[in-house]
Design a protein around this ligand. Structure first.
Ligand SMILES: *[C@@H]1O[C@H](CO)[C@@H](O)[C@H](O)[C@H]1NC(C)=O
Ligand SMILES: [Cu+2]
Length: 185
């Protein structure tokens, strides 16, 4: 048992390291590339099937002169206004590195392409790492006033550490395993 735990632990560490270290590349709409979509939900469906993280790269596949890519505000995404893009790339294929978390909006500025649906909205996650265990409800806190409680029981923190930590570890392992599996395939 112990030796399996060691092997599994090593695999998980490797998977986590790789996952954290290697930026993912996302080819927009996969084989179809950056096109006027034939179905309305194509880009949103594609976006929800991808996990975007800082450092990842979007690859917009298009022929130079037939499309372009502009990152725009949400308002300009909604209205297909390409007047003041935040970023613009006219040579295809174009790589866009995701440098900030939050929502990002991309449109094609050619003709009515955007109005015909060539527009992409994605949300970049702030980090791939699980956030640090934030506020575990600390020991039932009496505001430690100036007078120390007589016969002071050592404040031993939240009492049942075993159940709590095993739940946490179980959750963590399942997350890590799915990460490893996702990474491997
Ligand atoms: C764009 O990204 C792809 C995939 O990572 C890479 O093969 C290609 O060389 C990149 N192109 C440019 C211009 O950086
Ligand atoms: Cu276009």
């Amino acid at each position: 048992m112990a030796r399996y735990m060691g092997v599994i632990g090593c695999l998980l560490v490797v998977a986590v390291l790789l996952h954290g270290a290697i930026a993912d590349t996302h080819v927009v709409l996969d084989n179809l590339g950056w096109i006027i979509p034939s179905s309305n939900g194509a880009y949103s469906t594609w976006a929800t099937s991808n996990d975007f993280e800082i450092g990842d790269v979007l690859v917009f596949k298009f022929a130079t002169g037939q499309h372009d890519v502009a990152e725009v505000t949400k308002a300009n995404y909604d209205s297909c206004n390409s007047a003041s893009p935040l970023l613009s790339q006219t040579n295809g294929p174009a790589n866009v590195t995701l440098q900030t978390s939050g929502d990002h909006y991309y449109i094609c500025t050619f003709g009515t392409h955007c109005r015909m649906g060539q527009k992409l909205a994605i949300t970049v996650e702030s980090s791939s790492d699980s956030p640090p265990p934030s506020n575990t409800p600390s020991a039932p806190s009496q505001p430690s006033g100036p007078s120390p409680p007589r016969g002071s029981t050592t404040p031993s923190g939240p009492s049942p550490p075993n159940s709590a930590s095993s739940v946490t570890v179980g959750g963590l392992i399942s997350v890590l395993l799915s990460t490893a599996i996702a990474f491997l395939f």
